[in-house]
Design a protein around this ligand. Structure first.
Ligand SMILES: CCCCC/C=C\C/C=C\CCC/C=C/C(=O)SCCNC(=O)CCNC(=O)[C@H](O)C(C)(C)COP(=O)(O)OP(=O)(O)OC[C@H]1O[C@@H](n2cnc3c(N)ncnc32)[C@H](O)[C@@H]1OP(=O)(O)O
Length: 299
């Protein structure tokens, strides 16, 4: 969480990038150029470049990067490690396999399981959101494929979104299409980016927007050719990192705290609400029908 007291002081890298550092600091930077640290596990590839202070996090949960309980747990642990690492100032979030950024929450985690499981799963979804939306790091989503529902939420949590310029890739909070409802904190995250009116319509209709449409109303910030998504993310990140960390972090926290506090103060009630919603027979039926439709589409 972006608690003000926990702000990290990362002045040296900021000064290096703005060019006001002492000569000996520059030497350190040169010497560090090729040092990369790895935080990978079997679901997420992470490489932290010590010279730039930027970590690239590639989701790798085949076939579609669905957000399973295991994946979400690994994700939050990894994010926590990076957050605590004084050498890490920026995070680029992307997919290890182009075409799909993330298929969103793993629907199988919400079907035919116990109430205890649903509670545990939802707590993990909350944790991912609190950590990513509340991150002190500069976060950039390099969206190299489709990004429905929970995948869109992850991208919306970031400070800036760069998407591959391919109309086949779509992004949006499509929950109503599955017969489920995006909770208030999904809604707030989108509303904070694109405004209330657009969010209201998009959420009711469960709209998925092809990349060019998403750009038009600011759901993503920039479209670039597919092969330039990563390099553009790196250069946008370099610009963001020229701003002194403490000032940017306080500003980010000021903009987002009201939204995160709403969940922090209501976590247990939100879990209870989710469990009672998802265990309804009608909702279970809707999810099964949706999965069946996905399978049939494939055939
Ligand atoms: C009363 C007030 C209540 C208030 C609210 C209270 C509580 C809130 C309640 C609920 C909130 C839940 C919020 C949910 C958020 C979500 O994220 S739901 C997930 C939504 N995701 C989707 O709709 C994506 C569906 N998938 C696709 O559209 C496509 O699969 C694709 C991602 C575009 C990829 O297409 P393609 O490359 O063609 O791959 P396939 O379709 O063939 O898929 C490959 C296999 O992957 C399986 N799969 C796809 N997506 C998911 C998924 N999200 N979860 C699990 N599995 C998935 C797909 O079935 C294929 O499996 P098989 O190979 O057939 O076994």
């Amino acid at each position: 969480m972006a608690a003000l007291g926990a702000l990290r002081s990362c002045w040296a890298p900021a000064r290096l990038l703005t060019g006001s550092a002492h000569h000996s600091n520059r030497l350190v930077l040169c010497q560090q150029t090729s040092i990369k640290r790895h935080f990978s596990n079997n679901k997420i590839l992470v490489e932290l470049d010590e010279a730039t202070g930027v970590a690239v996090m590639k989701m790798k949960n085949p076939p579609v990067n669905s957000l399973s309980l295991d994946f979400l747990t690994e994700f939050s642990i990894t994010l926590e490690k990076l957050e605590m690492d004084r050498g890490c100032r920026g995070l680029i979030l992307t997919s290890a396999s182009p075409k799909i950024f993330s298929a969103g929450l793993d629907i199988m985690e919400m079907c035919g399981k116990s109430a205890e499981h649903y509670g545990e799963f939802w707590r993990a979804v909350q944790e991912m959101w609190l950590k990513l939306y509340g991150s002190n790091m500069v976060t950039i989503a390099a969206i190299n494929g489709s990004s429905p529902a929970g995948g869109c939420l992850m991208a919306l949590c970031c400070d800036y979104r760069i998407m591959a310029d391919n109309p086949k890739y779509a992004i949006g909070l499509n929950e109503t299409q599955l017969g489920i409802v995006a909770p208030f904190w999904f809604k707030d995250t989108m509303s904070n980016v694109v405004g209330n009116r657009v969010t209201e319509q998009a959420l009711q209709l469960g709209q998925m927007f092809p990349a060019p449409e998403a750009l038009k109303f600011g759901l993503v910030d920039q479209l670039v050719p597919e092969e330039k998504v990563q390099s553009t993310a790196a250069s946008v990140m370099a610009q963001w990192l020229t701003v002194p960390d403490h000032a940017r972090q306080i500003t980010k926290s000021m903009m987002r705290k009201q939204t995160t506090d709403k969940l922090v103060n209501n976590r247990e009630a939100d879990i209870k609400n989710f469990v009672s919603f998802i265990t309804r027979d009608s909702i279970q039926k809707s999810l099964q029908v949706y999965m069946e439709r996905l399978r049939q589409r494939k055939q």
